[in-house]
Design a protein around this ligand. Structure first.
Ligand SMILES: [Mg+2]
Length: 377
């Protein structure tokens, strides 16, 4: 260790591509059911022996063209030379340099952003939330994500298990079979009259189908309908927002802060979902929240299915946020992945997830689990 830990410099950039299995195959409107999530971990090693960790995912659906190979190439070939020899406290200079090196590389940047924050926290001995405004809440409340199941009975049984565990907010995946969507929502509303219900088509519907579905779902008191239309159809979203009785949430169509400004200008949604990977980690995510709040939008903290590392990043972002937050899907990975990759996985108390108190993100990688799920690229 050097005498002054503030002088720590990044000495090595290590990448760890993983495939982590889901408990049951994960099915949404876009694409086939998935047996595994593709997780990408970055470890920033310093010359003082500390390491910072960050997570992103290779999602490969609308809004993401990343693969494990492309993430590795971006980080190792283009980001690493910009990181070596730098202090993790230079995050404000580093993040724009990464964007300059590889345009629109938010998925890869997410892992760097959060590894830099993790390092800063470990060097100072404080949790990440203390670096970005301090603790405004002790825990975040999550929603349950109900993926597309073959039968109404299976959908309701899944919701019942979550409800019995204390969950009172549900995001129901829709967009393939409008009859099943209608019947699912009607039955969930009947069985859970006090629950917050939202639907999410993951950009899988056309305009006419979306409008028709929204009108049919109007009696069921939905809090929001998430990203029904493809990412390219912002005008369609704006038209839908004007004609829909249900508030709309933008997700896949918002990657950059510019995307969010366009949604606001078009009044194409009144709720925005951010994800650690999609939006470039804590660094970019907090900026999106400020823009959204300034425009009067509601904020839904989400995530792609990921491990405790990306979940912790979302928790710290939320912990330091002074405004209201919806019951987001930030814990979808904890609830749906079969295993984790940290020594002490984050533990939910029903729908609540306490903000970690340890230095940095507050989670440590389990080498055995990394070896178990590591992919040879
Ligand atoms: Mg979504």
């Amino acid at each position: 260790m050097s005498a002054n830990p503030m002088q720590a410099r990044i000495a090595r950039v290590e990448t760890v591509p993983l495939r982590v299995p889901f408990r049951t195959p994960f099915k949404i409107a876009q694409g086939a059911a998935r047996p595994q999530a593709e997780i990408f971990i970055v470890r920033l090693h310093t010359d003082t022996g500390l390491e910072g960790i960050g997570e992103t995912q290779a999602w490969r659906r609308q809004g993401s063209s990343e693969t494990l190979h492309s993430l590795r190439a971006t980080v190792e070939d283009h980001f690493a030379p910009l990181l070596l020899g730098r202090s993790p406290f230079e995050i404000g200079a580093i993040m724009p340099a990464l964007e300059e090196a590889v345009y629109h590389s938010l998925y890869a940047q997410a892992a760097i952003s959060d590894a830099l924050y993790d390092l800063q926290g470990k060097i100072l001995g404080v949790p990440v939330h203390a670096l970005i405004g301090g603790r405004c809440r002790d825990a975040l409340t999550a929603c349950a994500v109900l993926t597309i199941k073959p039968t109404l009975e299976e959908t309701v049984a899944g919701a019942r298990a979550y409800y019995d565990a204390g969950f009172r907010a549900f995001t129901v995946k829709v967009g393939i079979d409008p009859e099943a969507d209608h019947d699912n929502v009607r039955e969930l509303r009947r069985q859970f009259p006090d629950a917050v219900l939202r639907v999410d088509a993951n950009a899988g519907m056309d305009f006419d189908s979306a409008l028709r579905l929204l009108r049919r779902l109007e009696p069921f008191d939905l809090d929001a309908a998430e990203q029904l239309l493809p990412v390219w159809d912002l005008r369609g979203m704006a038209e839908l927002a004007r004609r829909s009785p249900i508030p709309l949430m933008a997700d896949e169509c918002v990657a950059t802060d510019h995307d969010l400004v366009e949604v606001i200008r078009a009044r194409a949604a009144t709720v925005v979902q951010t994800k650690i990977a999609k939006n470039g980690g804590i660094w970019h995510g907090r900026r999106l929240w400020h823009i959204a709040a300034a425009a009067g939008m509601r904020i839904y903290p989400g995530n792609h299915p990921g491990t405790s590392v990306a979940t912790a990043a979302a928790l710290h972002l939320g912990a330091a946020w002074p405004g209201p937050l919806l019951e987001g899907a930030f814990a979808v990975g904890l609830l749906n992945l079969a295993e984790d990759i940290v020594t002490r996985p984050l533990q939910m108390q029903g729908p609540r997830l306490a903000v970690p108190d340890g230095p940095g993100l507050g989670v440590s990688l389990d080498e055995g689990q990394l070896d178990k799920f590591r992919v040879a690229l």
